[in-house]
Design a protein around this ligand. Sequence first.
Ligand SMILES: *Cc1c(COP(=O)(O)O)cnc(C)c1O
Length: 383
Amino acid sequence: MFPVDKFQDTRTPFYYYDTQLLRETLKTINEESGKHANYHVHYAVKANANQKILHIISQYGLGADCVSGGEIKAALEAGFPVDSIVYAGVGKSDWEIELGLQNDIACFNVESIAELEVINDLAQKHGKKARVAFRINPNIGAHTHANITTGLAENKFGIAMQDMDKVIDEAQTMANVEVIGLHFHIGSQILDMGDFKALCNRINDLQSQLAKRNVFVQNINVGGGLGVSYDNPDREPIPDFKDYFNTYATHLRLRNDQQLHFELGRSVVAQCGSLITRLLYVKQGSYKQFAIVDAGMTDLIRPALYQALHKIQNISSDEPNETYDVVGPICESSDVFAKAIDLNRCHRGDLLAIRSAGAYGEIMASGYNCRPLPEGYISEEFR
Ligand SMILES: *Cc1c(COP(=O)(O)O)cnc(C)c1O
C-alpha cells in the first residue's frame, strides 16, 4: 500500500497522506450526515492544517471549525466559504476577533462573559453584528485520555451550565451581538457512543430549561471527538460515522427547524496519514534491542504527550519478526514511539511507517533540538 520505491529519494522523516482514503472518508461523512436533515459538518482545522489536505476537504463541502486567527486564514486560503467558518477558543486575541468580524464568519463560539463584552465592543467599533453561540461546559466526562477531556467542570473550556441563562440575558442587552446557538465539545478520541448520548441528554435538559423562558436558538453545535482505531487502521480505516450520526439522531431532540452542527477533526484525517521514518541504527541494549529512527517526538508528539500507541510497520523488510523498542533521536526519555513491539527484522536504512498519524501529527511538530519541520506529501506526489 506504500510506494516504498518512490520514497527512496525523499528526505525523511516525512508525512505521507493517502488521499484516496481521505476522499473515501469524506464521501462516507457526506453520505451518512446527509441522511439526516439539518446536519452540517465542519472540519476541525487544528487536526491537520496542511494546505493540500485542507483543499481536498473544502472540495467536499465541509465547513471549517477554527481555534485561532491563523486557522481562519488557513481555512480561507484553502477555499472554505467564509459563511461556513466557526471560531472557538478560550483566549481569543483582539486581532483574531477583528479578523473574524472583518470576514463575517458564521459564528463565534464564546467561552466567557468577558469575551462576549470584547466581541460586542469590537463589533461596534467596526460597525458589525457578531453572530455568537455560547460554548457551555456540560460537565460530562469522556472515556478518553485526561489531557483530551474538555467537558468537565474542572476544565478551562466553556461557560458553566448554571451561568447559561445569565449570559444569554446579558447578550440580549448588547447591540452588536446576536445569539444564534449553543456549542459543546466534550473531548477527543471518544469511541464509547454512551458519552455522546450523555451529551445529548444534557442538551435536551438545557433546551427544556431555555424553552421555559421562551428562549430558542437556531443552532446546536455538538463539537467533535469521534475516535479512530489506532490498533487496527487496516481493519477500520473509516470510523463508524453511521453509528455516530445515528446516536445524535436517536438521542438529541431538536426543535422545529433547528440546525445541528458537528466539528470533526481526528476522525476525518487520522487514518489517511503515516509518518515515514528511516531506521538509523539497531542497538542491542542489555536486555532488549532498540530500533533508532530519524523521526522523534518533534515530528509526532502524541506518544510522548498522550501515551498514544500508533501501529508501526517496517515497510522495507519481510524478514521474520523480532522485538524492538522504537525510539527517536531527541534528548528526552519520553521520545519513544513504542516498546517491545514486533517488526520485520530491521536493518539500517529501512523505512518504517508510523500509522494513523494524519491527525495532530504534522501540525504539532516543533523545532526542538533545532530540527527541521517534517514535510507533508500527498499520494499524488509519488505517482
Ligand atoms: C479539537 C476540537 C474539535 C475536534 O476534535 P476531534 O476530536 O479532533 O474531532 C472540535 N471542536 C473544538 C471546539 C475543538 O477544540
